[in-house]
Design a protein. Structure first.
Length: 588
């Protein structure tokens, strides 16, 4: 009876399974992480991840146990290989791997992540060299990775050292087990089947985006539609083709990528070269400083655009703007836009700051899982607030602060009695292993049914069932007043789309708008009053009010997609050229 439950890969009650070489353990529905492709993933402990196949009979019929045993011999720190089979009733139903806490590779594609986490070009070089090493390791063992797209890489950052982790190893082509599935965006259309050369082409596609933020066959080119990357791949018309127009959000790959590797990219994308690349750490030839082509689109406006300097960070780069008017700098210092002064408190990791009736509340997530809380006072002093709260993620929705942990989503604030103290307000439960937290919103996979966990108003939080996200991969999301925007990657096509949800006042129903987007970036400022500002093309700032559909475009050549938008209360601000600016308009 239990076997029938397991055979679907989605367990409805606790079941007993046996891990090869480890023994018996109990697998619970709460261990579920995600499903897709041929199986579902479970995390029964901090050290172990398990994959159970949807169709266990097909798994055995295809000889997967022997294949998994063969793949387990590929021992490399960058490759998450099978460690052993998982059995139930003495029949193999999946395999287990080592769990390591890591970030999705596609985070490095976006300027917002790189800026917020201070992910540098040197970090990118280290990461891409690790990706190159993982491909070499697979080939040395006679394996072809085939579908090593951006979803099948994670990375771990420890200071300057950044290492990849390769997933989905059981789909590799090895020995007598062929592969047939590949995401179109990394497919080598000039090669029949899959071989080491096609792997290197796929690696080129993915790693180039780590450096540049753009797929090498995107950008505007006369004669091609904006997202028609497959045709351009077949025609060898990459970003190195004369006449390609890229927006300013694209990082200047000509100056970032070391010359030997840059030349390899050119030959791979333009001339059909298929071979192992040089290491990005090889800088034997000076990289030319040619700038990539950018084009601002200016249509004119009847308004005057006001751009004002708020902070000059030339000597200490601003990384993040909080809606309460505080800037986090690369040094860890915190600058108060309201007072024009620094706080006597520095942060060293991920943090969030909100405004309360008793001053600003700073929460800092430490590497050991503890959370440090401080009240930031008007005179610039920081008062520590004792707390025993631990968590894996800090979540901020406008001016509300939450700690996400296995205990639930806990809202915190400051109260004053004899002294300032941290208080917990409400706790909402969620599926810890299968929920991914973004900016003010959680995306929860409840055994294949997708939900948005959306705080709203001053005290509320709602779980919204969203059928449109079933079997989809949300790469980034942000929540505002009755509004959630998400970038969704279609793993069948490799295309990105923006999903915009507009909710009723109680978050019981919503309207959905789906549009094509260029990449995984969400460059949006959401103001508390319900206004959304976004930059999708150079020269254009789009202002929308999602709840009523009003939309206007501010056109100005100074507006660039390289700006990182944010808000200071109901004011649109951005980071650009190592400075913090505000942007507004008034009628002529």
């Amino acid at each position: 009876m239990a076997e029938a439950t397991i055979a679907s890969s989605t367990i409805k009650k606790a079941v007993s399974v046996e891990l090869e070489g480890r023994g018996v353990l109990t697998l619970k529905p709460s261990d579920y992480v995600v499903s897709g492709g041929e199986g579902a993933i479970y995390k029964p402990s901090q050290e172990t991840i398990i994959k159970l196949y949807h169709d266990t009979e097909k798994m055995r019929r295809d000889g997967m146990p022997k294949k998994l045993t063969l793949l387990s011999k590929i021992n490399h720190p960058f490759i998450v290989n099978p460690l052993g089979l998982v059995y139930q009733n003495q029949l193999p139903i999946g395999y287990y791997m080592k769990f390591q806490k890591a970030e999705p590779l596609l985070s490095t594609f976006t300027n917002a992540y790189r800026q917020r986490e201070n992910f540098t070009d040197d970090n990118a070089i280290c990461l891409v060299d690790g990706i190159r090493e993982s491909v070499i390791a697979a080939h040395d063992k006679g394996a072809i990775m085939v579908d090593a797209n951006e979803l099948n890489y994670l990375f771990i950052k420890n200071g300057k050292n950044v290492e990849p982790r390769v997933l989905d190893v059981d789909s590799w082509q090895i020995s007598s087990w062929p592969a047939s599935v590949i995401m179109p965006s990394i497919r080598d259309w000039h090669t029949n089947g899959f071989n080491e050369g096609s792997d290197w082409f796929s690696m080129a596609i993915v790693s180039f985006q780590v450096f540049s933020g753009v797929h090498p066959y995107k950008g505007m080119l006369n004669g091609y539609k904006p997202n028609d990357f497959a045709t351009r791949m077949k025609d060898n018309k990459s970003v190195f083709t004369s006449g390609v127009r890229l927006n300013s959000a694209v990082r200047d790959f000509n100056s970032i990528i070391p010359a030997p590797l840059l030349e390899w990219y050119k030959e791979t994308f333009q001339n059909g070269l298929r071979c192992q690349p040089p290491s990005p750490k090889d800088k034997s030839i000076k990289t030319p400083q040619a700038a990539i082509l950018k084009k601002a689109i200016i249509t004119g406006t009847n308004d005057i655009v006001l751009i004002d300097l708020l902070y000059n960070g030339a000597s200490d780069v601003p990384l993040q703007i909080f809606s309460c008017g505080v800037i986090r700098l690369a040094s860890g210092k915190l600058y108060n836009l309201t007072s024009g002064a620094f706080f006597n408190k520095q942060v060293c990791g991920t943090c969030e700051i909100i405004s309360t009736d008793f001053g600003l509340l700073l929460a800092e997530l430490l590497s050991d899982g503890n959370i440090s809380f401080h009240a930031l006072l008007k005179d610039g002093t920081a008062v520590e607030l004792p707390s025993i709260l631990k968590g894996d993620k800090l979540v901020r929705y406008h001016n509300r602060l939450f700690v996400a942990s296995i205990s639930g989503l806990t809202e915190v604030s400051i109260r004053s009695a004899a002294k300032l103290m941290l208080v917990t307000l409400n706790i909402w439960q969620f599926l810890f292993n299968s929920t991914k937290w973004h900016e003010g919103v959680g995306v929860q996979d409840a055994l294949g049914a997708m939900y948005l966990i959306t705080p709203f108003g001053e005290k509320s939080c709602e779980y919204v069932r969203v059928h449109e996200l079933d079997n989809k991969k949300v790469t980034s999301a942000i929540a505002g007043n009755r509004y959630v925007a998400a970038v969704v990657l279609d793993s069948n096509t490799g295309e990105y789309n923006k999903y915009e949800f507009t909710f009723d006042s109680e978050y019981k129903s919503y309207a959905l708008k789906i549009t094509e987007t260029h990449d995984a970036e969400l460059n949006i400022a959401l103001l508390p009053k319900g206004v959304c500002a976004s930059i999708e093309d150079d020269g254009k700032l789009k202002i929308t009010v999602p709840v009523n559909g009003n939309e206007s475009i501010i056109s100005d050549s100074r507006i660039e997609t390289s700006f990182t938008l944010g808000n200071w209360e109901n004011k649109v601000v951005y980071i650009g050229d190592k400075k913090v600016w505000s942007i507004s308009m008034k009628a002529k």
